[in-house]
Design a protein around this ligand. Sequence first.
Ligand SMILES: Cc1cc2nc3c(=O)[nH]c(=O)nc-3n(C[C@H](O)[C@H](O)[C@H](O)COP(=O)(O)OP(=O)(O)OC[C@H]3O[C@@H](n4cnc5c(N)ncnc54)[C@H](O)[C@@H]3O)c2cc1C
Ligand code: FES
Ligand code: FES
Length: 508
Amino acid sequence: MSEIRLTINGHERGFDGVSPHTRLLDFLRDQGLTGAKEGCAEGECGACAVLVARPDGEDRTRWTSVNACLPPAVAFDGQEVVTSEGLGTAPGPRGPGQLHPVQREMATRGGSQCGYCTPGFVCAMAAEYYRPERSSADAPAHDQTGTDVQGEEHAADHECGPNGFDLHALSGNLCRCTGYRPIRDAAYALGEPEDTDLLRRRQEEPAPKPSYTRIDTAGARFVRPADLGEFFDHLEQARDEEQEVRLVAGATDLGVEVNIRHVRPPVVLAVDRLDELRTLDVSDDRIEIGAALSLSEVERGLGGCVPLLDQLFPQFASRLIRNAATFGGNLGTGSPIGDSAPVLLALGASVVLASRGGDREVPLAAYYTGYRESVRRPDEILRAVRIPLPLADHAAFHKIAKRRFDDISSVAVAIAIQVDDAAAVTSARIGLGGVAATPICAREVEEALIGQPWTRETAVNAAALLARQGTPIDDMRASARYRSAMLEQSLLKFWAQQQPAQAQEVSQ
Ligand SMILES: Cc1cc2nc3c(=O)[nH]c(=O)nc-3n(C[C@H](O)[C@H](O)[C@H](O)COP(=O)(O)OP(=O)(O)OC[C@H]3O[C@@H](n4cnc5c(N)ncnc54)[C@H](O)[C@@H]3O)c2cc1C
Ligand code: FES
Ligand code: FES
């Protein structure tokens, strides 16, 4: 067993006797750090939020907010975590017992009543307070209704205050009693971190490196291999021992299974810090995105160069979840309602599967073979996602869910089409989620669109065909009829979005 330790609020703590399935939240609370609370245990409420020091390039650190109720504590071996207690009592210029600026604003502006949610809000708010790109220059870009200054509606809105504070940083935090206006007031009242602020200064140093970790206790094993070669060693060892192996990256799916369904995999292999899975390369003919980059890292790294992904990110869970969740985990679970698959299908993406023998590339459209089944062999890992370039000029992602943000899709539709100078469709890709046992491509509709003039009549005919795709079912999220109707509407909406003057006419 390796000597494993975690730095919490500047103090090192050991993991002696800690089970591989003990969550970070329980570990912190067992240390007497009871600020972080358990509300839902499934990543929905943010009462458990803490800050973790994550890499920001090679040389800097980014304070990143995550839910502590989902990941195992041992996944933070060698890392640095700050809790709400640490914000208020960090040694240094503020001095023990003094309030951090986010705590002070929450207190003085009435942002806390019963206080149960407050430590989580404070940590998510602190991450945004320290976000290096936060600037008052962001402020006028969007008003608070999700409409830009030209009056055009965007799915990918950020709602920034006069200080550049993006309110969506708090989208994973729920409060039952205060009401959100005082919390927003507190967020928008924050200034810049002072030069003497220790957490700001910590950002100028590199983040802790991932460390090799192995812990065997209570009939369970957690391993963080140092590299991909070692990952295959551990995979083979577990298979030789006939042990069931689960991979874990951001733990936003696996953590829910552990908490709610009491799943206890005997061997857990952590893949989120493997360098081979954390590449982000943009070349002339493709973009390769490492399967273990968090969605927030991908969003920052791409800097808006894939507009369809920029529509996906804000509609995918909350900032707290996106700070941990990965494409590898989203595609790896094979969920038919995962949001990344429809978007990646519309982008014509493929997945790179790595094994001891090397890489193989499989079009995402050929990846899924049945409900939560794929062509990935047990000796393979999803290493990266590849998106071919150039991208289509017109694209949209429509997520139909019961809430606009932080909800699971009932239906998801991603559309990307190219239209030539004569207004004829030259390429069409449509990815669908929530209407079959796997994410699917609407091949029939794609073929029907190609070569057609991009007119209202074409859109109406294609929308009627789209409504007949897949094999939607009735379940607690939506009826089959509703799902089919939403398919049809999404293509009409897509067409209307590009023809604002005709939008009314089409929807009649
Ligand atoms: C509150 C909440 C909201 C959510 N909202 C959304 C949403 O809006 N849209 C959506 O699509 N999902 C949503 N999810 C689901 C989840 O966040 C995503 O599926 C996420 O992408 C999973 O990534 P992860 O790294 O956390 O996966 P993990 O939990 O770490 O892993 C899940 C499984 O994926 C597999 N896996 C992980 N990495 C790899 C790899 N590199 N190769 C092969 N297999 C791998 C393993 O089987 C692993 O057990 C939500 C989850 C929560 C808790
Ligand atoms: S306890 Fe609700 S998100 Fe963690
Ligand atoms: S202050 Fe009571 S839940 Fe937020």
